[in-house]
Design a protein around this ligand. Structure first.
Ligand code: SF4
Length: 222
């Protein structure tokens, strides 16, 4: 199985449960969701004209629309060659769950890595049993979230810009009945917006939810 990959790099996970954890990020190209506030728009389209070779992807200095096909062994080779010390791997996108990630996650776990997938929850999630799944339902998309992805999630990371976004989350929680009771719920202000941050803090205190503040944006790291 080959995956179209936009970038592979090591940094600090800035969001959700694993915030602060040194991590290797594998960013998969392709996302049909197209959220208006998406900060990785360069990953949306899988255009042949932007296909490049694996070396170009590995050596990227800035985010671009270029991507290359990697198989699992290409990915493992790169991780080993770079001698990165992180033992946590985040598979993100784009929307990584348009692909079956079972073989990749199992293989990485066999090598001693822990795996995490960040997904919008609008596709069925195929990965190893041990993989930590972060479902980040997108604003205006709560009705498209697949029940199975909610069941599989370890954490729900919900982006918040304004009050009405919370109403959507409430509907999602109501529709999910008990499915979400055992999940960690994080509220994440969009784009470090001050009002959204204040709203999230207020609600986290009321609901006993957690705050995710995108540490990477405050630190200006990838
Ligand atoms: S699902 Fe994620 S990658 Fe896709 S458009 Fe929304 S924020 Fe961007």
């Amino acid at each position: 199985m080959k995956y179209p990959i936009n970038e592979i790099y090591e940094t600090i996970q800035g969001e959700g449960f694993y915030a602060g954890q040194p991590s290797i990020f594998i960013r998969i190209q392709g996302c049909p969701i197209h959220c208006s506030w998406c900060d990785t728009k360069y990953t949306w389209n899988l255009l042949k004209q932007n296909e490049t070779d694996t070396e170009n992807v590995i050596n990227k200095k800035k985010s671009t629309k270029n991507w290359a096909f990697f198989n699992v062994f290409d990915i493992i080779n790169i991780i080993q060659k770079r001698r990165w010390k992180s033992n946590h791997i985040v598979i993100t996108g784009g929307e990584p769950c348009i692909f079956n990630l079972t073989f990749l996650t199992k293989k990485l776990e066999k090598m001693g890595y822990s795996c995490q997938i960040e997904t919008s929850g609008t596709y069925t999630i195929y990965c190893s049993k041990k993989t930590w799944v972060t479902v980040s339902p997108k604003i205006n998309f709560s009705n498209k979230i697949i029940k199975n992805s909610i069941l599989r999630a370890n954490e729900i990371k919900y982006p918040v810009l304004k009050n009405t976004d919370i109403s959507e989350l409430e509907i999602l929680l109501k529709n999910s009945k008990n499915d979400l009771k055992s999940k960690l719920i994080f509220l994440q202000p969009v784009d470090q917006n001050k009002k959204a941050t204040e709203l999230c803090i207020k609600l986290c205190l009321i609901k006993n939810w957690r705050l995710s503040i995108q540490i990477q944006k405050y630190l200006m790291i990838p």
